[in-house]
Every structure is written in structure tokens, then in C-alpha cells.
Write a protein that binds this ligand. Sequence first.
Ligand SMILES: [Zn+2]
Length: 293
Amino acid sequence: MKRLLTAFFFLAFSTAIAQRNFDNVEIRSEKVADQIYVLFGAGGNIGLAIGDDTAYLIDDQFAPLSEKIMAAVRKITDKPLKFLVNTHWHGDHTGGNENFGKSGTILIAHKAVRTRMGSPSERNGNVRPASPLAALPEITFTDTLTLHLDQSRTMHVMHVNNSHTDGDSYIYFPEDNVIHMGDNFSNGGYPFIDLNSGGDINGFVKNLNMALFIVDEETRIIPGHGPVTDRETLRAYRDMVDTLRSRVQKALDAGNSLEETLQLGLSKEWDADFGTGFIDSKGIITAIYRSLE
Ligand SMILES: [Zn+2]
């Protein structure tokens, strides 16, 4: 069931991509710090950091958007795009990897990103083929990695607990006071706990707590999806996810089946704000239940 449910999400998601026309997508940029930007288009939020003689990209949305993304980067900086870091393996964050990799950008990610991208995976009976070699991160790490942007500014890539997937990283810029949380934070939507990719609700809450420990009231927080935000919004998100987890755990401990748990209305006060997108009320309760059982 766990597999089937996740497969359903992915199938719905991939079908949407296959049918999607990217012609009308515009890449919009927003400055979040002196030398750090976010690019919005279709798919996961892209981070752009500018160093002394190099530009760095975080995630790259879908392959058909690579030229537009590059054009948006060029409006901001003419420095070469030497490095690209993936927050995790999902296609709405790594779809442009092959294009950027072939153009000479070095791809970096946690080792699980390379493993998952590099092997076929089965979704609801459909097999997703392995990504081509040129799309795979050529530098992988297991714990943390530091990139030095210039004399004083750094970019820390930190593998976090299994939560959205088993290969998630936070990208933290301490001197610029910016963090990109990947899909450990979907601002305005319920979390996607990808159980088929090692996702875990307990890790999810731990990672939100970890992010709250890192940030201060000035930190600009880039979520994997949704608008750039601040600590207060992240705190409210953590409270919501943590409360949902406790409620589902309680229902599980009381012997409720998944079907019974779904009838309890455990997420109802948040459904209007968080349950209208990719993951609805049924989706989040089911994922938490399956993750905890
Ligand atoms: Zn994702």
C-alpha cells in the first residue's frame, strides 16, 4: 500500500509533466541577499549564488526550461555557472541536470541522489528508466560539503535526516543568512513524504526543528516550493506538521485503521491553507500513517 500510494502520486505527477507545455513558463527572479537570488518558473525553486568568479545554482526544474533558466541567470550575472547542487533527486529539481552538465557545469549532490537517479524505479507498474550518465551528480558526498564563494562567504551543503527522501540536503549560506530547504519545506502546501524514496515523517519534523535551530529572525528562507519566507512561517509550518504527526500517531496507537483515521478530520483546520495543492488532506494523513505504522 505504501508503495502503491506513492506510486499514485508519482504517476499523477509524471503524467502532469508529460502533458505539460512549458512554452508559456516565465522565469522570474527575486533577490534575497546581496549576491543570492531565487528563480521561480515551474517546479522546485532555484537558488542562484554569486561568488568571486563563479556562479552557483541550486536545483534546475525541468529540462525544457534550461535555456530560459540560463537566460534568467545571464540577466543577473555573466560569471560562469561552474557548480550546480541538487537538494534531492526529484525530477522537478533535477530535470535540467543533463543540459547543465553537458554545458560544463559540475553537478553535486548527496550520494543517494546519484543512486536513485542512476537506477530505474518502478511506479505503479510503470518503470522510470535510469537518468543518463550526464544527468547524474559527478561529485557526491555523504554528510556535508562546503563551497567557498569568495574570501569570506560560504555555502554549506548539509545532508539532513531522511524526510522528504533519503537524499535531502539543506543549502545554508551563514554569511548571507539565507537557507534553501529543498522540499523539506513546501511553503503553502502539505509536505510530500515520498515513502518510496526513503521519506519519513519523524525525520521531517526533526529537519524542520533543525532548520529552526539554524535560522534567526533575519534569515531569508527559500522553500522547495512557494514564496521565500521567514522564521515565523517556518515555525507555524513545523507546528502544523508536528501536530499532524502526533494526532496520527495517537489514532494509530488507539488501533484505528488507515480508513478509520482518514474519517477523523485530523487535518481539517489546515486543509484550506495547505491541502489544495499537490498533497491533499487524504494524501498527508495517509503518508504520515504509513510512515508511522
Ligand atoms: Zn521533491
